[in-house]
Design a protein around this ligand. Structure first.
Ligand SMILES: NC(=O)c1ccc[n+]([C@@H]2O[C@H](COP(=O)([O-])OP(=O)(O)OC[C@H]3O[C@@H](n4cnc5c(N)ncnc54)[C@H](OP(=O)(O)O)[C@@H]3O)[C@@H](O)[C@H]2O)c1
Length: 311
């Protein structure tokens, strides 16, 4: 298939791009800045330009991984974020429907308040923050565009290697160590992380399965607290446990983040050949950001865990 991928420079988008290439699809990659190789700069806010590009290229499918995906950034500039997270997403859904192209859109577990995990896709959302409210609004409006040839996939916290080396949890922890700041992670904030690579495989499967349409949930295999995830990341890279600090969300202003988010994976898990990844499988895929390599060589606590592979 000829696939137009938006957000190709992001944590998830870059994994989707790799997965599309592995499956032999032709990928036209778009991001805001278009910095990567063979990646075109295209702002989702520029609806005319987006429409023109898609009419010119007429893809078989459109995948939307573009977003303002940090809740703090959304909170800081909600109007700007809305034009990308909601209007941009709905615009892509409408053009895709016009072109007869399959549309895959990504949403988040943050549409829920975290009081009744594990959530099914039929459960009633109740977002606690502006990011969750915008993602929910986008879901509703995207799903209203058409009942056919369209998927909204809600996913959980992502592990993985981002092109910037700054997006995912392990990249933020390693950068915190590099900058001599002690990251605080909450032991009462429970998530069900997925790897970007695994979610990308699911998205490509959904792309290839036109009989699967509507709203679905996907996550990793296990629940874990952010603090415990941090400890597992330190183990993976050979750092001692005192490099991060255990906290409780009760003692911090955490920007209305839900405490406990996990998903029921059926019915999707029964329909796909991709299986949810365990935490251990996700950890094995984590790499050291290239620019931290020299620092890492000199500062790793346990050299027997030394990660040789770099991005
Ligand atoms: N990361 C997570 O843990 C997580 C969890 C649940 C759901 N999600 C959802 O998964 C999706 C992907 O998230 P992510 O973490 O991969 O995001 P990300 O790493 O922040 O990447 C965002 C992408 O969107 C592009 N973008 C930003 N503003 C744009 C604009 N105005 N026009 C066009 N493109 C623009 C960025 O391009 P530039 O690089 O050029 O700026 C980048 O390619 C999002 O829908 C997010 O809500 C993520």
């Amino acid at each position: 298939m000829k696939v137009a991928l938006f957000g190709s420079s992001g944590l998830l988008g870059s994994a989707v791009r790799d997965a599309l290439c592995r499956r032999g699809h032709q990928c036209m990659a778009f991001s805001l800045r278009g910095t990567g190789s063979e990646e075109t700069a295209l702002c989702l806010k520029n609806e005319n330009q987006v429409t023109r590009v898609l009419l010119d290229t007429w893809p078989d499918a459109v995948i939307n991984c573009a977003a303002i995906s940090s809740p703090d950034l959304v909170e800081g500039n909600p109007g700007e974020a809305y034009s990308i997270n909601v209007d941009g997403a709905v615009g892509l859904a409408e053009i895709s429907s016009h072109l007869g192209a399959r549309f895959i859109h990504v949403s988040t577990d943050m549409v829920f308040d975290g009081n009744s995990s594990p959530y099914r896709s039929t459960d009633c959302p109740n977002p606690l923050n502006e990011y969750g409210r915008q993602k929910l609004e986008a879901e509703k409006r995207v799903l209203r565009v058409t009942e056919e040839n369209l998927v909204v996939l809600r996913i959980t916290l992502l592990n993985g290697n981002s092109p910037s080396g700054k997006r995912s949890l392990h990249e933020k922890i390693l950068r915190g160590l590099f900058n001599n700041t002690l990251p605080v992670l909450f032991s009462d904030e429970i998530r069900q992380p997925a790897s970007a690579e695994n979610v990308a495989s699911v998205m490509v499967e959904l792309l290839e399965r036109p009989n699967l349409n509507g709203l679905f949930h996907w996550a990793g295999e296990e629940e874990i607290s952010r603090y415990e995830m941090g400890i597992r990341i330190l183990d993976r890279f050979g750092f001692s446990h005192d490099r991060i600090k255990e906290g409780s969300s009760i003692n911090y202003d955490h920007g209305n983040r839900p405490m406990h988010l996990s998903f029921e994976l059926s019915p999707l898990s029964g329909k796909l050949t991709t299986h949810p990844a365990s935490i251990e499988e996700q950890l094995q895929g984590l790499l050291l950001p290239n620019d931290l390599y020299t620092w890492y060589r000199e500062n790793v606590d346990d050299a027997s865990c030394y990660i040789h592979r770099i991005k």
